[in-house]
Unconditional design. Structure first.
Length: 392
């Protein structure tokens, strides 16, 4: 299912067994063997290892990671401010970093619509999608790439851009977002003004006047674009996420429109309301590693303490998923064992995105697998298989 049919990705050993490993299932860990046939897990057992196995020497065997949100591709398109890189080369560089982080299924979160800070996003969207489709069809990518379209409702062109791209086979997830100072993520206007002053050199008065004008202009646009994006996603049965919910009202508006996932809630109040509305909650793994939010929002650790996280996304650091899962499970003050922590970066995001064929080590599932060692509390992937093919 959802596998690219290309000679390079289907040329694999018909059958092999991984032995001498600590196998992390969705609900436990056991030492034993995993047998793979034609890219599918066909055997799990604790018996003696058969001859001619691949001995993993006591390392962990965990499912390939599933990242439901990373905007890292854009950072390779713009490796420096005002330096635009070739889209195909950017896609290849992005894929290398993703697979090196142990992510075998990635949802590249591309912005649909421009913002005042990033006016080029409307222009680069199409070429970025074209590059991902071409490189994946040619067997040039080692992770499997899907699209998570992040639709900026403050851009009047966002609905048209979404409609122009939503029917591409690679598109699997839609989210709605609203990037305005003083709204959602950038609630702390004083901090926003200070950052803008450092960037532009303008006075506080000029920046605040600009903010007032921007909010007056964009609020009406957002009210029109939000329902159009929601309708496009619902008509196609695609999972819908609301981005940066900050107030209870944000969550209620999303839930009332059939949005099932709250992504990166900015406050405890919003996360609690999302749980009360039976929404899944996505949090950022970098927040865990940094010990807090880079923009002054709620710490993910506080969400974890109240069991208000279902999925971790890498957001802007692909490597953060593996680190966060092991860090959470090793923290004596957090009540998460390793299988539970890893579910947040494997099984749960896969299921939330409608991919039932991966995300756990189980009979009949795709053999997306990581051999993981740990040195001085740092996990690292030594071997990586996707659909039974060794890709790293």
């Amino acid at each position: 299912m959802n596998q690219i049919d290309h000679p390079r990705l289907t040329a694999r050993e018909d059958t092999f067994t991984l032995s001498g490993t600590r196998i992390v299932l969705a609900d436990g860990i056991f030492s034993g063997n995993v047998t793979v046939e034609d890219g599918i897990i066909v055997g799990l057992d604790t018996g003696p290892a058969p001859r001619h196995t691949i001995d993993l020497e006591g390392d962990y065997l965990v499912p390939g990671l599933v990242d439901i949100h990373t905007d890292h591709f854009e950072k390779h398109v713009y490796p420096r401010p005002h330096v635009r890189w070739d889209y195909t080369r950017a896609a290849l560089a992005h894929d290398a970093q993703v697979i090196g982080a142990g992510v075998t299924t990635v949802f590249d979160s591309l912005c649909v619509g421009a913002t005042s800070d990033n006016p080029e996003r409307g222009e680069i969207l199409g070429p970025m999608i074209d590059a991902l489709e071409m490189t994946q069809a040619a067997g040039m990518l080692r992770a499997e790439h899907f699209l998570h379209l992040r639709c900026e409702i403050t851009d009047p062109n966002a609905a048209a851009l979404t409609a122009a791209n939503i029917d591409r086979d690679i598109v699997k997830v839609i989210s709605v977002m609203e990037h305005l100072p003083g709204v959602r993520q950038s609630r702390d206007l004083t901090a926003y003004v200070q950052r803008s002053q450092k960037r532009t050199g303008e006075s506080e008065a000029i920046i605040r006047a600009h903010i007032d004008a921007l909010i007056a202009e964009k609020a009406e646009i957002g009210a029109r674009i939000w329902p159009q994006i929601v309708a496009l996603a619902k008509a196609r049965g695609l999972p819908l996420l609301s981005h940066d919910d900050t107030d209870v009202e944000h969550v209620d508006m999303a839930a009332n429109d059939g949005v099932a996932i709250s992504e990166f809630p900015c406050t405890l109040e919003a996360a609690r309301e999302a749980r009360a509305r039976q929404m899944l909650i996505v949090a950022g793994a970098p927040n865990i590693l940094r010990g807090g939010s880079q923009s002054g929002n709620v710490a993910v650790r506080d969400l974890l303490n109240e069991k208000l996280v279902d999925i971790l996304a890498s957001d802007y650091v692909p490597r953060s998923l593996l680190d966060a899962a092991f860090m959470i499970s090793a923290d004596p003050d957090l009540d998460f064992d390793l299988p539970t922590a890893l579910r947040m970066v494997t099984k749960t995001p896969a299921e939330a995105a409608g991919l039932s064929d991966r995300g756990e080590i189980a009979i009949g599932k795709r053999a997306d697998l990581l051999r993981v060692s740990v040195h001085q509390a740092h996990p690292f992937a030594r071997h990586i298989w996707r659909s039974g093919l060794r890709v790293a």
